[in-house]
Design a protein around this ligand. Structure first.
Ligand code: FES
Length: 187
C-alpha cells in the first residue's frame, strides 16, 4: 500500500528553502529586517505560512513568534491558509473599479462558488481583490496564476469562470507561452 504524500501544510520546508535563509539574513545589519523576505521565501515554498513556519522565521531573525504573526496578519499578501488550484486576483483600484471590477467580482463569486478573500470549498479557486497591477488601460484586469487577463467585463463573469474551470482539466495548463493578440499576452 502506498503511503500518502504529506499535504503542503504538513510537510517540512524544502531543503533549498532552509539553505537560502542564512544568506538572506546576512544581507541585513539587523537580523529582524529579514522577517519579510523570509516570509516570502516560506510562502513561495508552501503556498501559505503555517504556525510552525512562523516559529522557524522567528528563530532565524531573533524575534518572538508573536512578532512574526503580527507581520503576517498586517500584510494582506501573506496567507495562513492553503491557496486554491487557481489563484484569481481581480484589480479593484480606480481605473478597473470604474470599468466594473466590483460587479465582475460579484459575478465571479457566484460562478466560482467562492467568496472574495477565500478559497472555494472544493479547493479549486482562491479569489481575491488586489490593488493596481499596472495594466490600468485595459481594465477590468484579472490576474490568474501567471497570466494577466484584460478587459474582463462584468457581463463576461460567467463565461470567464467557465474558462477557468476548464483549465482544471487541462494537463498543459501553465505550460504554453502566451501568444501575441490573446488576452494572456501581457501576463
Ligand atoms: S487600476 Fe487596475 S491595473 Fe491599475
Amino acid at each position: 500500500m502506498q503511503t500518502p504524500s504529506p499535504s503542503a501544510a504538513d510537510r517540512p520546508l524544502r531543503p533549498e528553502t532552509l539553505a537560502k535563509a542564512p544568506a538572506i539574513v546576512a544581507q541585513y545589519p539587523q537580523k529582524r529586517s529579514a522577517t519579510m523576505p523570509l516570509l516570502h521565501l516560506v510562502q513561495e515554498d508552501r503556498g501559505h505560512i503555517t504556525k510552525d513556519d512562523m516559529h522557524w522565521v522567528a528563530e532565524q531573525v531573533g524575534v518572538t513568534p508573536m512578532q512574526v504573526l503580527e507581520v503576517v496578519t498586517f500584510y494582506p499578501m501573506f496567507r495562513q491558509s492553503p491557496i486554491g488550484r487557481r489563484h484569481v486576483r481581480v484589480c479593484r483600484t480606480l481605473s478597473c473599479a470604474l470599468r466594473g471590477s466590483y460587479a465582475l467580482m460579484e459575478g465571479l463569486e457566484k460562478s466560482l462558488n467562492c467568496p472574495r478573500g477565500e478559497t472555494s470549498p472544493d479547493g479549486d479557486f482562491t479569489l481575491e481583490f488586489v490593488e493596481c497591477i499596472a495594466d490600468c488601460g485595459c481594465g477590468p484586469v484579472v490576474h490568474v496564476d501567471g497570466a494577466m487577463h484584460e478587459n474582463v467585463e462584468p457581463a463576461q463573469a460567467e463565461a470567464f469562470a467557465a474558462k477557468l474551470k476548464a483549465t482544471l482539466k487541462d494537463p498543459d495548463y501553465g505550460r504554453r507561452a502566451p501568444q501575441p493578440g490573446t488576452p494572456e499576452w501581457n501576463g
